[in-house]
Design a protein around this ligand. Structure first.
Ligand code: ABU
Length: 444
């Protein structure tokens, strides 16, 4: 019965994957939240007191996928993380089957070793290869950045482990203008860290890391690089120079679940000075990290984190690395960059589209406005901006379910579309389709 149930689940998944890669299938059958809550067409999300049959669970699995978003569809451009790598998927299935916790070697022997191998590979690529650095996988880029900042503060004020935060002066963290925290500097506050961004979410902006490293060295500040999005560029001989200076950083966040296409989630925090991550976060839970175990407890990585339960995120990346080699990731990233260049070139030739920045894209983000014919004769200014803000081609694309692209305002710029390339299934024809669809659906 178990085997039969699981085989049927696998069949449902395989059917879904086939449809996901079929460019003619819809990405999404859009419904409003209240429709899903109320239930439609047999979908019932409510839980009851009695058990349901396995047949019903199979229907529930099918329905869950039916009303979801096919993020691996070649025309899904909505997120920085998109696409579905089948080897990575196999890794996720294996990890789920193993169902272990990556905090100790005793219950995750292979995975904890992998979690030493992969960070080493990654910090080797960053350029810290000569030193013994450190790293773990964390639940997403923001948490990885948090780890970087916690370690930066600990490095300057190790007493934070014993004292309350108010015993410290007010520590100031400097960040890129593109991450939404406000710069502040008051007399008496102590700068301790600069976080640079390589690949801001909207524009894909890359901070000048060498200049930032100079400043950090001059003022003895910790340098953290948020390369969650941009880290993948390091795999490409053509593009890694854009992160020049990252080798001088003290810590870096790098999310293989973005540009490298590893299934969610897979985010690494890499710390250049070995030992700091553990010294900063350790709590010595005696029921997990007994020092007198029969093996080398250096492989009990759990005390490096503020989490207790920790999902195995490393295996998908390990398996994909095996399958592609570094050259496979390089080819994939070069393709994304070429598509971004192509997309820009096509938009530049069209007078009803305008790029937010005219320059050649540094990354795979391409931001642009679409001008429907009715806006052509409205002069640049407030009135046109108000209308542009309302251009609703994106909403229509979602309703049609044929493509998905995100949009946002930013600073003084009214709503514009953000195209990103990270989906390995995307081809030029999909890019052409998107431009066409925006023109068709947004013209009135
Ligand atoms: N961590 C930022 C993700 C944003 C995006 O996928 O659009």
């Amino acid at each position: 019965l178990t085997k039969c149930f699981l085989l049927q689940v696998v069949n449902i998944l395989l059917h879904y994957i086939k449809k996901m890669f079929d460019v003619k299938s819809k990405i999404l059958d859009f419904h409003h939240p209240h429709q899903l809550l109320e239930g439609l067409d047999g979908l019932n999300l409510e839980l009851s007191g009695h058990p349901e049959s396995l047949e019903q669970l199979l229907v529930d699995c099918t329905d869950t996928l039916k009303y979801g978003v096919k993020t691996g569809h070649p025309r899904f451009f909505n997120q920085l993380s998109s696409g579905l790598d089948v080897v990575g998927l196999a890794g996720a299935w294996l990890t789920a089957t193993a169902n272990t916790n990556t905090f100790t070697y005793e219950i995750a022997p292979v995975f904890t070793i992998m979690e030493t191998i992969l960070p080493k590979k990654m910090y080797g690529i960053i350029g810290w290869g000569e030193t013994e650095a450190d790293g773990i996988f964390a639940p997403g880029g923001s948490i990885s950045n948090l780890y970087g900042i916690l370690v930066a503060r600990y490095k300057q004020y190790p007493e934070i482990k014993r004292q309350v935060m108010t015993a410290l002066p007010c520590c100031v963290l400097f960040v890129s203008e593109q991450v939404s925290i406000n710069f502040c500097h008051h007399q008496g506050h102590i700068p301790f860290c600069v976080t640079a961004s390589t690949g801001s979410a909207v524009f894909g902006a890359l901070d000048p890391l060498q200049d930032i490293a100079d400043i950090c060295e001059a003022h003895r500040l910790w340098m953290h690089v948020d390369a969650a999005w941009g880290g993948g560029l390091l795999s490409s001989g053509n593009h890694s120079h854009k992160l020049s200076g990252i080798e001088r950083a003290n810590s870096a966040t790098w999310n293989p679940h973005k540009l490298m296409g590893v299934p969610l989630q897979c985010s690494a925090i890499l710390i250049r000075e070995k030992g700091l991550l553990e010294a900063c976060n350790e709590m010595h839970a005696a029921y997990l990290f007994q020092p007198d175990k029969l093996y080398n407890v250096d492989f009990d990585t759990g005390d490096k984190t503020i989490q207790c339960g920790r999902h195995v995120d490393v295996f998908k990346l390990w398996l994909m690395w095996k399958a592609k080699g570094t050259c496979g990731f390089e080819a994939q990233i070069n393709r994304h960059m070429e598509l971004a260049k192509y997309f820009c070139k096509v938009l530049k030739k069209k007078d009803n589209f305008k790029l937010v920045f005219d320059a050649e894209p540094e990354f795979t983000n391409v931001c642009f406005w679409y001008f429907p014919p009715r806006l052509k004769h409205i002069p640049e200014g407030f009135e046109r901006d108000q209308e542009l803000q309302k251009v609703n081609a994106r909403a229509r694309l979602i309703e049609k379910g044929t493509a998905m692209i995100s949009y946002q305002p930013c600073g003084d710029k009214v709503n514009f579309f953000r195209m990103v390339f990270s989906n390995p299934a995307t081809r030029r024809a999909d890019v052409d389709y998107l431009i066409d669809a925006i023109e068709r659906l947004g013209k009135d």
